[in-house]
Design a protein around this ligand. Sequence first.
Ligand code: ADP
Length: 425
Amino acid sequence: MATLGPDDESFELKQDQELRFEVENAPIEIEVTSGLAEIFGVELVKSKKYLFPIGAKGAVFTWQGCAITMKNARKNMTYVSKDTTPMNYYMNVHIILEKQRDEAENDSKRGPITMIVGPQDVGKSTLCHILLNYAVRMPGLNRKPIFIDLDVGQGEISVPGTIGALVIERPATIEDGFSQLAPIVYNFGHLTPTANMDLYQHCVERLWKSVDERMNKDAKTNASGMIINTCGWIKGDGFKCLLACAKRLRVDNILVLDQERLYQELKRDLPKTTDVVLLHKSGGVVDRTRQYRSEARDKRIKEYFYGSRLKPFNPHSFDVKFGEVQIYKIGAPVLPDSCMPLGVTATDFLTKVVLVQPGPSLLHHLLAMSFATTEQEIIDTNIIGFVCVTNVDMQRQTISVLCLQARPLPCTKLILTDIQYMDSN
Ligand code: ADP
């Protein structure tokens, strides 16, 4: 154990307590020196040092009690909380889900499909992580649940503006999260479902079809079920959007965090076969400002291209001639009803694939690389990944792109998104 400096601190946590931290001024380093502890369901290895950069927020929780040292604790916001009752509720949910998984496995049926809903900053993503980590930590059971992220605002699988699914086979790592092996990603292209509700629901439907297929091929994944994260948009159209997603994804359980009204509305409007449960949020969940969210999005995109401190990537930069690719956007402006051709609906416009002339307006935008081979397939096909446009040269008729793989691009069909990133590396 390293010696403690004037800004460092050691903590003795009793059972069911947690050490909460918000890293504001200097990176912290956490080390468990005795006992057992976890962060959002990921067990910490004793004597291993975990680094948390500025901006990180979290909590070290212990079911049994533990001792921790924290470097730079006094330079940041840190405190020990005894009020961790929600963790007991979350553990109960995990136990119930395990029972449902056992039953599904015995009857060769589909396991529990669980959706987590609530306003912004109530701990939805955190609860998803806890439940997924607990599922894959079950000794000898080899659980393989699917994590679905419908939160286009943050986009934990791939980048913001996407929805996706990931088979979880092992616990997340503290610094890099869940292993991103073979995710299924659909490009929506906007930061909120309001931007194009018809397209959002279309993407959810396509995602369902892909996930359904994958589950049917793997009995373990099928019985392990799904954990679904959602956006914090829950009022008015947001509520309708949640209902539609719950129906499309054949949800069995809905966990509502911290919103009795939403809980009552869901109970009222969903079939009685869907179990709706109201849960308290943890007192540790931190409100995030608009600026924090925007910075978190940038960080997510940067990580997508450049990797993390422990697993850095070396992205490539190269030029692509306008003539080598076709760039599309999804959604044409909707005409007023009186001008709408017979038999054509607003949905047809909102999901219409339109060819885009390359030009300076592409600069800094992310373009999705599509698996589609024809224009008709674009709307229905998942994506390979993204490039970022770092320059547009009208004279040479080229765009420069930042791309995870070397030239040539793996496809010729690209989709323009609203998501922008200024590459400063
Ligand atoms: P939501 O998905 O509902 O918007 P998150 O799960 O992302 O909310 O939580 C918001 C923030 O609060 C995150 O930065 C998360 O790390 C932090 N957080 C969640 N639970 C705790 C806790 N018990 N103690 C400290 N921070 C927490």
